[in-house]
Design a protein around this ligand. Structure first.
Ligand SMILES: Cc1cc2nc3c(=O)[nH]c(=O)nc-3n(C[C@H](O)[C@H](O)[C@H](O)COP(=O)(O)OP(=O)(O)OC[C@H]3O[C@@H](n4cnc5c(N)ncnc54)[C@H](O)[C@@H]3O)c2cc1C
Length: 415
């Protein structure tokens, strides 16, 4: 590491930091990228269940709607470097991509690891100096206008100086990847404010669920409505997973943002499940009749076995107030149909940051210039990635935000 000041120091070698480093170095800046983990891009490597859903092909207007709380903040970043530019860029560094259902784009190799390796090699090739096992512990601005960045590397305390500083330390989700929220305290010390951070794209806990011992039981084509204080606030249709603590799966993760906020606002949240949304009650009654006609089924449990996976039955009978061993009668048939069309789950909480895919909240957008990613409060200070108060649904949107804001900030940091 050189002793002269760098043009820019970047804290955090995630998707945003590495992209910014390569971009700034490619434009001629001297760049030091500090990463506390043993290698860059730990989170990117595990993203998309290791397959790396790096972006989505949706057009910009649709894309922006997937972003909370205000996608329009990202317009300048996306107008510079959006999904088509990312795919082209990936091709230029040797990562071919493929598009899957819902416009989701993955590396053709199906390995997020390949994206991470290509990205960090590119940044180094551009001239960025990347130091790993280098945990930043303090940031200050000297009277000479330079940032001084103190970090521990392999037990030794070191300091580096720069004209510009980019915080790209990510959020609080999956802290085992290195994202432990350090950037929030650095930003606060430098005068920035935060909107409250909370886990998002996170599994939801349901009261009394642990006794059923669900082991990630996947249920397809389920309709779920979320009600807060008795009012329906969100609805979704798709795949739901029953877990040891409650519910997860694509539709629940998407709804989790609103559920977490409702719980934090002390509202009572219930999930209303329709297990057979494609069938009316009459159609279900007829279905039950068909199952019973000419069969030897006589008890509720055997009838339910025809309608749902066995591990769901104890939960279902409790909801329907039925005994699995009881004889099928008109009353039990009616209760089965009613419960298939409407099951109520009492939400008791949400899983911690360690199980969340993303952090909602972060550096207040009103304090950051969307055209440059520069702080409006501290000249020379920049932000990129999940650290900012932007979060999106699943589908490749979150990584695109990290790449785009990193690309914009890196370009602005050229000298
Ligand atoms: C399990 C999982 C799967 C996901 N899958 C997808 C997906 O398929 N598609 C998608 O779009 N999004 C996905 N996401 C979200 C996406 O990966 C993140 O939003 C994105 O990686 C954030 O990038 P970032 O660069 O802002 O932050 P991060 O990737 O979190 O990088 C921040 C870096 O800063 C480092 N750092 C922190 N503090 C310090 C410090 N004090 N000193 C030095 N270094 C520090 C950290 O070690 C880390 O490497 C997934 C997230 C998770 C958890």
């Amino acid at each position: 590491m050189k002793s002269l000041p760098f043009d820019i120091i970047i804290v955090g070698a995630g998707a945003a930091g590495v992209t910014a480093a390569g971009r700034a170095a490619g434009l001629g800046a001297s760049v030091l990228l500090l990463e506390k983990m043993e290698k860059p891009l730990r989170k990117l490597r595990i993203s998309g269940k290791g397959r790396g859903n790096i972006t989505n092909s949706k057009p910009i207007e649709e894309f922006l709607q997937k972003i909370h709380p205000d996608g329009s903040f990202l317009r300048p970043a996306f107008s510079l470097f959006f999904n088509t530019q990312l795919v082209k860029f990936m091709g230029s560094i040797g990562v071919r991509t493929v598009e899957e259902r819902g416009g989701r784009i993955f590396p053709a190799s199906q390995k997020a690891w390949d994206v991470a390796e290509a990205l960090q090699k590119w940044a180094r090739r551009m001239g960025a100096e990347i130091l790993c096992n280098a945990q930043v512990t303090g940031i200050a601005r000297g009277e000479n206008g330079l940032f001084s960045v103190t970090f521990n590397q392999n037990g030794a305390k070191r300091t580096a100086y720069s004209a510009k500083l980019l915080l790209a330390t990510g959020g609080l989700a999956y802290p085992a990847t290195g994202s432990t929220g350090d950037g929030y305290s650095f930003a606060k010390k430098l005068g920035h404010s935060l909107t409250p951070v909370r886990p998002s794209l996170v599994p939801i806990e349901v009261a009394g669920f642990s006794k059923f011992g669900f082991d990630d039981l996947q249920m397809r084509n389920v309709k779920v409505a979320a009600a807060a204080n008795g009012k329906i606030v969100d609805e979704a249709f798709g795949e739901l997973t029953l877990t040891k603590f409650g519910v997860s799966g694509p539709i629940i993760l998407r709804m989790s943002r609103g559920i977490v906020d409702a719980l934090q606002a002390q509202r009572e949240v219930k999930l209303l499940l329709d297990w057979k949304p494609a069938l009316s009650k009459l159609q279900l009654q007829n279905r039950l009749k068909r199952e019973l006609q000419g069969s030897s089924i006589s008890d509720v449990g055997s009838l339910l076995r025809k309608l749902m996976p066995a591990p769901l039955i104890p939960f279902f009978t409790e909801q329907a107030k039925l005994q699995a061993r009881a004889k099928v009668c008109e009353n039990s048939e009616r209760k089965i149909v009613d419960t298939l069309k409407s099951c109520t789950l009492q939400v008791s909480g949400y899983r911690p940051f360690s199980e969340a895919i993303i952090t909602a909240g972060g550096i207040s957008l009103s304090e950051v210039d969307a055209n440059t990613m520069q702080s409006k409060l501290v000249p020379g200070l920049y932000f990129a990635g999940e650290l900012l108060d932007v979060d999106a649904d699943t589908g490749g949107y979150n990584l695109q935000m990290a790449f785009s804001t990193g690309w914009l900030a890196g370009g602005e940091c050229k000298m």
